[in-house]
Design a binder for this molecule. Structure first.
Ligand SMILES: Cc1ncc(COP(=O)(O)O)c(C=O)c1O
Length: 386
């Protein structure tokens, strides 16, 4: 079947939820993906900041293959070695004490909010406008987008307050004796790659400590090296009570998780939360391979070096249409003075995959293995197209 025939199957049979780019991708290698017609693209999007190691990474593929031959799924009723090994390996690298394995970012956030509610016995959660935390009813209530919430207002839980991002006074005003948790992205992704002031997270930590509020960082998009440190909150020198993760954790296999301090984690007892698939051997084998590769292949150094170079090159583009260049590591946004959708199309036609978020921010979240030569190729094309 050709591209048009395949896409028609979605039109005819899928529940209509996504606006997709009109390409059917077939295979990938490193930072390149190829569609069914053999056209190659430089992947500056990495499956929405997921393919941290790029495509067809030999160690990741081998880890998945080897594990698939042994055991794919056993449920949460039994122990499996990859999940146990991974928990210790990851926690040793962070300020947290305990892990819960989930399957997606939304599910991780849902569990994190439940944990904060159970720990504090309180009922309100503060999140930020333009944030993104997921599409389940509780995470949708936390996601500060009135347009996403509007059709489902009738079933959204009470107790969620959305305040302006990077505005500590707005947060202080919203805090009250019922506040259980404050949840923020260290850098907002879907909201337009918004980097807060350096003291913002520190101030949140202080408010939380003073009022016995649970501080949750949503690192679903920023985690696993994306911003140049293993987790982006490290850049702000804070120790949150809970961190949620997904996307890059498994390098492409669907996985998520919650990390929490001993104090907060102890609020959950058996029966409070669970999942059939979470922490399965297959995804945990993949996660082990990703974490090992981040260390063994000096991925963080690459993110910092190439990320800085990328931002410098973008800042050199002298175009009236560019309103701002911002980001950290390999999470970069180019704000335009007009809607960005047409540039996504033009770049795709020229062989580059990107996306546009918040209407006018071109977002670049390539594999963390990307090189300066790839960046040169991309920036040249972007320059011509803009
Ligand atoms: C910061 C953040 N949190 C949560 C989510 C939801 O993750 P998922 O789509 O895996 O449910 C996303 C997805 O883009 C995200 O960027």
């Amino acid at each position: 079947m050709n591209t048009q025939e395949l896409i028609k199957i979605e039109d005819d049979y899928f529940i209509n939820t996504f606006t997709r780019q009109p390409v059917v991708l077939d295979h990938g290698e490193g930072v390149r993906v190829t569609d069914i017609d053999g056209k190659e693209y430089l992947d500056m999007f990495a499956g929405i900041a997921v393919n941290a190691l790029g495509h067809n990474h030999p160690k990741l593929v081998k880890a998945i293959q080897d594990q698939a031959e042994k055991l794919i799924h056993i449920s949460s009723i039994y122990y499996n070695e990859p999940a146990l090994i991974y928990a210790k390996k990851l926690i040793d690298k962070t300020s947290f004490d305990r892990i819960f394995y989930a399957n997606s970012g939304a599910e991780a956030n849902e569990g994190a909010i439940k944990l904060a509610i159970k720990y504090t016995g309180k009922s309100e959660v503060i999140s930020t406008i333009e944030s993104f935390h997921g599409r389940t009813s509780m995470t949708l209530a936390a996601t500060g987008h009135a347009d996403y919430q509007e059709p489902f207002k009738a079933i959204l839980p009470n107790g969620f307050i959305n305040v302006e991002y990077n505005n500590i006074e707005a947060l202080k005003e919203a805090v009250n004796e019922n506040t259980a948790a404050i949840i923020v992205e260290p850098i907002q992704g879907e909201g337009g790659v918004n980097v807060p002031d350096i003291e913002y997270l520190k101030e949140i930590e202080k408010i939380c400590n003073e009022n016995d509020i649970v501080f949750i960082v949503d690192e679903v998009q920023t985690g696993f090296g994306r911003c140049g440190t293993l987790f982006a909150h490290e850049l702000f020198d804070v120790k949150p009570d809970i961190m949620t993760m997904a996307k890059g954790i498994g390098g492409g296999v669907p996985m998520g998780g919650i990390l929490a301090t001993e104090k907060v984690a102890s609020a959950f007892v058996p029966g409070d939360h669970g999942t059939t698939f979470g922490g399965g051997p297959l995804v945990c084998a993949a996660a082990n391979a990703v974490l090992d590769a981040i260390d063994e292949e000096n991925i963080l150094d690459n993110v910092n070096e190439v990320g800085e170079y990328f931002m410098e090159e973008l800042k050199k583009l002298d175009k009236e249409i560019i309103a701002d260049v911002r980001g950290k590591g390999l999470m970069v946004g180019l704000e335009l003075t007009k809607p960005g959708a047409e540039y996504v199309d033009k770049l795709r036609e020229a062989g580059f995959l990107i996306n546009c978020t918040a209407g006018n921010v071109l977002r670049f979240v390539p594999p963390l293995t990307i090189t300066k030569a790839d960046i040169d190729e991309f920036v040249k094309a972007l320059d011509e197209i803009l």
